[in-house]
Design a protein around this ligand. Structure first.
Ligand code: 3EB
Length: 277
């Protein structure tokens, strides 16, 4: 209807927002604490996109540095043909990891953000980010190996992201839990079993929330990525019974970075801090 997309994400600010950058492939708007934006780079099928990934991340870090929001809190990576091999037979997600790590190693952003990395249509890598003037606190999951330490069986370069980041703003504590899957240690568990994968991913999220003193029910936003459209109904009813009923939850059909992963769940907690004013 009206050419509007079926789903939109809006971020609101109680204080004035300014556009700090606007070009064809990089857009960013922010207030005095937070910068929100998106970036894109060409990533054609079968092409090695490593240099483009690196260039996008370098441009992003440059922008954050230049405008005084040096801390990357949260990033969403939408990667076209994510599970397809490039011209050298390396899976696009693994190519992405090489380019991202190169930019991180060179850049000032030594602190990894919380992240999501899922597939998308088209031939462009699309990245959405939240960065801030204040650093975020890095949180790992005790029953998952930090992703940046994954062994080489998952690709020549481990993925550079934190399991979660937490930020204390003047009136709000933000918790960003990365895309979370059915992984224990570094291994995928419940291969071929979407229900088992849902329960394991949920338990991983619950453990992360617990690490920050929250229950699962203190999380107020969830996004669920489902690989196969025909499993969406089953996954939705399983999760609806387990997720907090008051949370905003959105479901998407998307490819996920490991071929055998059927579902990935991310979460956010944005509890208000009442100052009594
Ligand atoms: C995992 O835990 C599942 O490469 O940025 C989840 C979230 C995953 C983010 C990323 C990958 C990424 O390894 C995959």
């Amino acid at each position: 209807m009206n050419g509007l997309p079926s789903w939109m994400e809006s971020w609101y600010s109680a204080t004035p927002v300014q556009t700090v950058h606007c070009s064809a492939d990089l857009l960013a708007r922010g207030n005095q604490h937070v910068l929100w934006g998106c970036a894109s780079a060409p990533m054609a099928a079968n092409d090695n996109g490593q240099a483009n990934v690196k260039a996008l991340y370098q441009a992003l870090f440059g922008l954050l540095q230049q405008h005084g929001y040096p801390h990357l809190w949260r990033i969403w990576n939408f990667i076209p043909h994510i599970n397809q091999p490039d011209d050298h037979g390396l899976e696009t997600y693994r190519v992405f990891n090489l380019g991202r790590a190169e930019a991180l190693a060179q850049g000032m952003a030594r602190h990894m953000p919380a992240a999501t990395a899922v597939g998308c249509a088209g031939d462009a890598l699309q990245v959405y980010f939240l960065a801030g003037r204040a650093p975020s606190q890095h949180i790992e999951n005790p029953r998952q190996m930090p992703a940046w330490r994954y062994p080489p069986e998952h690709g020549p370069q481990p993925p550079s992201f934190a399991r979660a980041t937490q930020v204390a703003l003047p009136r709000q504590n933000l918790l960003f839990i990365s895309g979370t899957a059915s992984i224990i240690g570094h291994q995928t568990v419940y291969v071929g079993d979407w229900a088992g994968q849902c329960r394991t991913a949920l338990e991983n999220i619950r453990l992360m929330a617990q690490r920050t003193g929250r229950s699962l029910h203190a999380l107020d936003h969830f996004k669920v990525y489902v690989r196969h459209a025909h499993q969406l109904g089953g996954i939705q009813s399983l999760l609806q019974a387990a997720l907090p009923p008051t949370a905003k939850t959105a479901y998407f059909v998307a490819d996920i970075c490991r071929e055998e992963l059927l579902v990935e769940i991310e979460a956010m907690g944005a509890s208000s801090v009442f100052t009594g004013q």
